[in-house]
Design a protein around this ligand. Sequence first.
Ligand code: NAP
Length: 308
Amino acid sequence: MNQKKTILVTGATGAQGGSVAKALLAENNFTVRVFTRNAQSEKALELQQAGAEVVTGDLDDIDSIKNAMHNCYGVFGVTNFWEHFEKEYQQGKNLIEAVKQMNVEHFVLHTLPDYNKLSNGQYPTPHCDIKAALQAYTNTQNIPATFMQVAFYYENFFTFFPLQKSADGGYSFGFPQGDTKLAMVSIEDLGPVVAAVFNHPAEYIGRTVGVVGADDTCYEYAATLSRVLEKKVNYHYIPRDEYAALGFAGAEELANMFEVQRLYIPQRQIDLIESYGLNPAMQPFERWLSKNKSRFTAMMQTEEAITA
Ligand code: NAP
């Protein structure tokens, strides 16, 4: 019997890598090895229970990355801007150099488009621009790679952008996206897309794949939220300068991100079609929302109790 090839998954205790590790484990075509700074964390132990090999290392330490890649056929790479900020570039570069030195045969790296370039230098957006620079660097190294560009997570409604209670008794969310379509996706659905890419290296090496589950305007998402949650939910367009001035950490970065999307990314229909082809179980927003209705209801009840 042939031994299964091994894939190293970085970020496996987080959203993206977790989705990829779970899908690869469920499929059972590859041995799954996960890379974490803390092998004793609850998530790392859960992955081990589910059948993954767990290896300790740090993206700051190239030797630890190379050690984890020993005998690996493939690597899924994700870097986390929101924890490390500009250091993300060096961490990504360490990962890419390790992939090159360890002769990995298929590198699947999460990247994003260069928003600074898209806006002719008007709206630098480091969490996107750094990832685009990492994609460019990978290509200079002639690494057999596929790049995954993941849309805005539906799950952001539970984290960065929770619904806010409005004075009229309804709810709202707001940012500078205007009435341009905003591509979104459930992070649960990334894993099967990446698994399909690993299963078809000849077709996907050299490609960039956009991972998109829905491509509607925020007014349409608000209408879906109202219908499914049975509460009035409005989307408010907050212009870029007003949003950047809100003063919270990352406000300017996010203001620029939405502004570039509003002005330069009108739709992502091709990415949507390809994503559903690679993962037929991809969830449209309404289906994901219906599945998570009780979680939204609990959040709204907590907010109603706080504001009462
Ligand atoms: P996450 O859930 O916060 O998980 C972060 C992961 O990174 C953890 O598994 C953590 O592992 C690992 N990690 C962090 N620093 C590390 C280090 N120094 N060495 C080794 N591992 C390290 O993050 P995520 O959502 O999966 O991914 C974040 C990225 O997604 C960001 O760069 C963001 O720009 C991008 N993104 C987000 C969205 C969105 O809508 N939110 C959309 C597209 C792209 P341990 O703690 O176990 O070491």
